[in-house]
Write a protein that binds this ligand. Structure first.
Ligand code: ZN
Ligand code: ZN
Length: 367
């Protein structure tokens, strides 16, 4: 069973511009992405030379699983000391430039790698070269199987939200709501939550990354719920802000500003823009309304196997948006003594613009 069409090929094509002859992949998300292998331990070696098979090295626990999940790969068993299997893995490749993922390797793992490699005679060992973000930059553009998984994750998230939004009442605790969301999502096919749900009522919601408390939710306070199911490894990400019962007089004003910022960004965002310019679309609306200082985070981020991926949409971003990226749009306003409002959808950016995967309706103020 392979669900990784063309991914090895796309990685191979990037290797010459990265000036390496092969890439050693240690990052578990990159490993899963490139090979389909979902075990907890292993390395990939992807040679630029298309005549050489890509290699998956893993331990005895996973030999059968690796062969099943990664039919494109030659499977090598990591047995005994690292020195032994490392030599078996790289000697056949000769004196190549072997890129490694320095953003992923710990200092200790890197030292061990250098030490075992140094014991191979100089004429036969690879040169270890720092090469980062090769697979991450490919992962930023989603392929069809990935889009399917992300849509499923978003649907599960919608359903879990609909369930809890209907069920919850004043007096439920934030942790209780969070657990209800998780239980529903898992009962309906999520393998886990993509991250710990944020359920933050009243002033607690002024913290964009608030952890749920054992505190009862009261009528009338804004409740920020930021949640996402994980499906086949893929993450969803959505935020809605709701109120139980009658809201106070501030809520419609703050909510409408955030909603306008969200809608402007969702309508205007397009490929070719920088992450900074995309962020500015929403930031301008919030700044013009006088709350620029209260929107203290970026507009959004890529989503995939990880909840935060390339690109970054924010004032310091140098990323360029490209068709095929799956991103979030999540402006917010946070007022310390009152609470927060954030509205977040995730969806696909293509030549025509942004297409939300999030189906949950947004609250509309009637004025
Ligand atoms: Zn979120
Ligand atoms: Zn997000």
């Amino acid at each position: 069973m392979t669900s990784t069409p063309g991914r090895v090929q796309r990685i191979r094509e990037r290797l010459s511009e990265a000036n390496v002859d092969a890439l050693l992949i240690s990052n578990p998300h990159n490993r899963r992405y490139a090979s389909g292998f979902n075990g907890s331990n292993g390395w990939l070696v992807i040679p630029a030379d298309g005549a050489r098979a890509p290699i998956l090295a893993t331990d005895f626990r996973y030999m059968e699983q690796a062969a099943q999940e990664s039919p494109e790969f030659e499977i090598v068993q990591m047995q005994g000391e690292m020195q032994t299997w490392w030599e078996a893995l790289v000697r056949p490749l000769g004196r190549i430039r072997l890129g490694f993922e320095s953003c992923d390797l710990t200092v200790a793992a890197h030292k061990q790698l250098r030490d075992v490699n140094a014991k191979i005679p100089a004429s036969q060992r690879p040169a270890l070269v720092q090469s980062d973000k090769i697979v991450e930059s490919i992962r930023a553009i989603k392929d069809e199987p990935e889009l399917d998984m992300l849509r499923c994750a978003a649907k599960l998230t919608d359903d879990a939200f609909a369930h809890v939004a209907t069920a919850m009442e004043p007096g439920w605790t934030e942790t209780g709501v969070s657990w209800e969301i998780e239980q529903y999502a898992r009962d309906h096919g999520a393998e886990a939550m993509a991250f710990e749900s944020i359920v933050a009522a009243g002033p607690w919601g002024a913290r964009p990354h608030a952890r749920p408390r054992d505190e009862a939710i009261r009528e009338g306070e804004p409740i920020v719920i930021d949640m996402g199911a994980r499906f086949s490894g893929y993450c969803a990400d959505m935020t809605r802000t709701i109120v139980l019962g009658e809201h106070d007089e501030h809520f419609p004003r703050i909510y409408d500003i955030v909603l306008a910022a969200h809608e402007i960004a969702a309508q205007m965002i397009e490929p070719g823009m920088s992450g900074k310019d995309a962020d500015q679309l929403a930031r301008q609306v919030i700044t013009d309304a006088g709350y620029g200082e209260q929107f203290g985070h970026g507009l959004g981020h890529g989503v995939g196997l990880q909840i935060h991926e390339t690109p970054h949409l924010g004032i310091t971003s140098t990323d360029t948006l490209e068709p095929g990226m799956v991103i979030t749009i999540e402006p917010g306003i946070y007022l310390p003594d009152w609470g927060g409002v954030r509205i977040e959808d995730m969806g696909l950016l293509d030549e025509q613009g942004f297409h939300s995967f999030t189906g949950t309706p947004k609250l509309r103020m009637v004025s």
